[in-house]
Design a binder for this molecule. Sequence first.
Ligand SMILES: NC(=O)c1ccc[n+]([C@@H]2O[C@H](COP(=O)([O-])OP(=O)(O)OC[C@H]3O[C@@H](n4cnc5c(N)ncnc54)[C@H](O)[C@@H]3O)[C@@H](O)[C@H]2O)c1
Length: 350
Amino acid sequence: MRVGVVGLKRGLHLAAWCLRLGMDVVIACDRDAGPRSEARESLPGTVIVGDWRELLELRLDGVVLANDFDEHAPLAIAFLERGVHVLSEAAACKDGAEGRRLIEAVERSSATYSFAENYVFHPHVRLIRQAVDGGELGRITLVEADYLHGMSPEDVTALVGDPAHWRGRIAATAYCTHTVSPVLALTGAWPVEVSAFSVDESEPRAAVVLVVRLSNGALAVTKHGFLQGEPGSHWSWVSARGTKALAESVRGPAERSWSVRVQAEGWTRPDGVAREEERTPPALHVDGKAVERGAEGDVLLLEGFRATVEKGEPPLVPVRAAVAASLVGVAGATSLNEGSRPVRVPDVRG
Ligand SMILES: NC(=O)c1ccc[n+]([C@@H]2O[C@H](COP(=O)([O-])OP(=O)(O)OC[C@H]3O[C@@H](n4cnc5c(N)ncnc54)[C@H](O)[C@@H]3O)[C@@H](O)[C@H]2O)c1
């Protein structure tokens, strides 16, 4: 499978995994010289260019988009129009109109769109999903999901303080897909309405809480941004409560933070005795070697992308789910600007 990669920070990490998984990374692109020279060292067999449009001419099988957060849709549409399968980082779109254009482009294209939401495939999320799909939890009523970074004020400013960089220019609610996508995957539901709150009114951009009503009547509460006490599991903590039991990431150090605690109430069990259990995810291996926990989601995502391109399997996270998760952040921005009022999320179910 011949792939190209656009954006060589996060994209370089994904390109390295593409190679390890046996894909041919024929071309990679960054508009800046620094990432290009780094890529020349770590991707010796790959052509490195500065203009992504060069990739359009190469009849690639697939492209990985890891350019700026708020600029993915125009590139995705251009590649889809050339029949190139797309794996795109978040966000899928920056507003409802762009989201609709992206969905239409996928529907017109001979190629597919997959959302690069590795957070759906992190070890703890997979364990919770198993419990949900196996019916252990009953009907899911409340999902909470955090994507939080515990950083010093100086480091936060260095990361998001430049209004010209995408991290500085996007709305405080925008980067919600690492929490909302797992919520949608766990519940099979769609976002209907969102109310957004700043955690700290004196630092309104630092961290936000989104309260999202889902199409199945359940509620999701997601937090993202910068708060102290981040989880060791790649900044992700997830909890799903059902009518019979709860499954949630363990708030523990290092390796334990990938585990999941399942608690079933006594009244739901034949023996009347409550059961609490900690489950450790099995290791994922590539070429006989255990994959680092934080990269498991990337590996599964890239393997899923290859199965979509080579075998015609459905995208792991398809375009409508990608657009829906991204539009939660857009509607959340309106809510935040308008006193946290509930704002409808456009219905993109089709
Ligand atoms: N899923 C994850 O775990 C994860 C982790 C990190 C980043 N990301 C996502 O990946 C994307 C990139 O994040 P990052 O941290 O690498 O950002 P970054 O700003 O550090 O790097 C982006 C790179 O893309 C290049 N670029 C941007 N637009 C380009 C264009 N049109 N043509 C060529 N090069 C272009 C920039 O020069 C830069 O080198 C974002 O959407 C981010 O949300 C996802």
